[in-house]
Design a binder for this molecule. Structure first.
Ligand SMILES: Nc1ncnc2c1ncn2[C@@H]1O[C@H](COP(=O)(O)OP(=O)(O)OP(=O)(O)O)[C@@H](O)[C@H]1O
Length: 261
């Protein structure tokens, strides 16, 4: 059930990148309210502005116009209230798994005992406690992404911003991490903004799916996914799941036909 308290308010956000030949209107007047503890997925064709929007939410980029508010307060740059997970694992190769997860906690000047406790908690949550002293190069892609997720959760952000975090993984690992992510989301009650190219993944994870369209980047439609949690791999076999998936496919396909014109 969606709690209707607005957590993130995106109002009239536009972004233009100055290009060598021409300007790119990456986002045009984007408006979206994301509710507290909500899981929102964003899909849309390549170049429709998904990452631009996520980077602006993260405070890594700024809009040309419009505002982003979190709990009613305009954001200014990056903040520990927002954890970001990218497609490429972005782990520090010279640090062990435990040290990677501890990194943000050390910046927060937490005590050693507290850091150890938090690191162990999240490494257990992602099933990697036995690898705490390993280095990233000793891990598979899926394991590295689990570390990245544990690291994002460890600093206790209110909001998780995920840019295709499972995009580089094989189907089986991806399915496993989707279920794990939902379990953690359910336990930790975070607000999640999750970009994916995979319609199946969007329906499985999200309470609402935002479909964006390109040139200029806009929100084309928002589809609710009223399937109850916990969602399990078998959920993907249900009629309800497949009906919503088809609805989204039609919107995405329509987009493809329009782009071809
Ligand atoms: N730093 C930049 N400088 C210039 N143009 C940019 C920059 N970042 C993005 N763009 C342009 O803005 C548009 C939106 O890009 P963005 O990366 O947000 O799309 P996306 O929907 O995330 O795409 P993809 O699914 O391929 O990752 C694209 O046309 C892209 O070329």
């Amino acid at each position: 059930m969606i709690n209707k308290e607005v957590k993130v308010k995106i109002s009239n956000v536009s972004k233009i990148y100055k290009g060598t030949n021409k300007d790119v209107h990456a986002l045009d007047n984007v408006n979206l309210d994301i509710y507290k503890n909500e899981f929102v997925c964003v899909i849309g064709s390549s170049g429709c502005g998904k990452s631009t929007l996520l980077n602006i939410l993260a405070g890594l980029d700024t809009p040309n116009s419009g505002t982003i508010e979190i709990d009613g307060k305009a954001i200014e740059g990056t903040g520990v209230d927002r954890g970001v997970v990218f497609q490429q694992y972005a782990l520090f190769p010279w640090l062990t798994v435990a040290k990677n997860v501890a990194f943000g906690l050390e910046l927060q000047k937490k005590s050693k005992d507290e850091i150890n406790k938090i690191v162990d908690h999240y490494l257990k949550a992602v099933g990697l406690i036995d690898f705490k002293n390993s280095y990233p190069k000793e891990l598979s892609g899926g394991m590295k992404q689990r570390v990245a997720i544990a690291r994002a959760y460890a600093v206790n952000p209110n909001i998780l911003l995920m840019d295709e975090p499972f995009g580089a993984l094989d189907a089986q690992t991806r399915a496993q991490l989707q279920t794990e992510l939902l379990n953690t989301w359910d336990n930790e009650k975070k607000t999640c903004f999750f970009i994916t190219h995979d319609v199946d993944e969007a329906v499985f994870l999200a309470q609402r799916v935002v479909i964006m369209s390109p040139r200029p980047g806009r929100i084309k439609a928002i589809v609710e996914v009223p399937i109850p949690y916990p969602r399990v791999p078998e959920t993907k076999l249900s009629k309800e799941f497949n009906d919503i998936k088809n609805e989204l496919w039609q919107l995405v396909y329509q987009e493809y036909l329009e782009a071809k014109k």
